[in-house]
Write a protein of this length. Structure first.
Ligand SMILES: Nc1ncnc2c1ncn2[C@@H]1O[C@H](COP(=O)(O)OP(=O)(O)OP(=O)(O)O)[C@@H](O)[C@H]1O
Ligand SMILES: Cc1ncc(CO)c(N)n1
Length: 265
């Protein structure tokens, strides 16, 4: 069985972060492992508190994983401080990790800030150059490129700029503001649009975590990047279309929609 690792924060409500990542990896047929960067006290309405792992303990989790079950792909999500980012970069280089998907998580769907200001610079310096692909939404692509994005042309300009600056592929997600569910993949000097059918579902907690983990799962299974993105979009469309409705805010998706009998009661 192929294996994947998520390095991310825990979401106590189970719809985003580590929990979404592990459900997604499992549903996509790979063995899921985790290194927890932070605990969040969170539900569908917001984040009330964050307790960070120490850099030393995060390093110990990564040592334990890489010296035993080597991951075929790694997904990086919420990493709130510069010190944690430095440890992750050091360990990924030491163990020669491959198929690294970086989701530059900055703000939760609920609006809570998940990345400290000093960490943005460390993320760009330490982690982006190691990424096989980076998956910013529009606000994150604006921060990483310093550009304002209002349309598809803006998404292309920002994705091209970020890809060239950090030498990695960039999947700019349209989900939030522009172009509905159409995402742009910029790699090796060329852009390709992945068109998604917009699903009328207000429950989008954890969509970014889920998409990046599905891409990592497909890379772990040996699909190339284009095929991995295509399959990940199909998976997230299925999870959104299952119309799970839990909680008082923007609720989670049904990650197990394809499991026989899932959520029928
Ligand atoms: N209503 C929708 N219908 C279909 N696809 C969607 C919808 N909303 C988002 N997506 C898709 O889900 C994926 C994740 O995109 P999104 O922009 O929501 O991520 P994100 O902003 O990083 O998520 P998060 O809020 O978890 O941080 C993208 O492929 C996007 O196109
Ligand atoms: C722990 C965690 N990571 C990422 C996100 C982004 O959706 C979130 N809400 N919570």
């Amino acid at each position: 069985m192929k294996t994947a690792l998520t390095i991310a924060g825990s979401d106590s409500s189970g719809g985003a972060g580590i929990q979404a990542d592990m459900k997604t990896m499992t549903a996509n047929g790979v063995y899921a492992m985790s290194a927890v960067t932070a605990l969040t006290a969170q539900n569908t309405t917001g984040v009330t508190d964050i307790l960070e792992s120490t850099p030393h303990f995060l390093g110990e989790q990564l040592d334990a994983i890489f010296t035993d079950i080597f991951p075929d792909a790694v997904k990086i999500g919420m990493v709130s401080s510069a010190d944690l980012i430095v440890v992750i970069a050091e360990k990924l280089k030491q163990y020669k990790a491959k198929n690294i998907v970086v989701d530059p998580v900055m703000v939760a769907t609920s609006g809570a800030k998940l990345l400290r200001d000093d960490a943005v610079e460390a993320l760009c310096r330490e982690l982006l150059p190691l990424a096989a692909v980076l998956t910013p939404n529009i606000p994150e692509a604006e921060i990483l490129s310093g550009m304002t994005i209002t349309d598809a042309t803006g998404m292309e300009a920002a994705a091209k700029y970020i890809s060239e600056k950090y030498g990695c592929a960039v999947l700019c997600k349209g989900g939030h503001k522009v172009n509905d569910a159409d995402d742009l993949l910029w790699r090796n000097g060329f852009g390709k649009w992945f068109h998604g059918k917009r699903i009328d579902n207000p429950n989008t907690h954890g969509t970014g975590c889920t998409l990046s983990s599905a891409i990592a799962s497909n890379l772990a299974k040996g699909y190339d990047l284009d095929e991995s993105v295509e399959r990940a979009k199909e998976y997230i469309s299925g999870a959104l279309a299952a119309m799970l409705d839990l909680g008082h805010g923007s609720g989670p998706m049904n990650h197990m929609f394809a499991l026989k009998g899932a959520f029928t009661e």
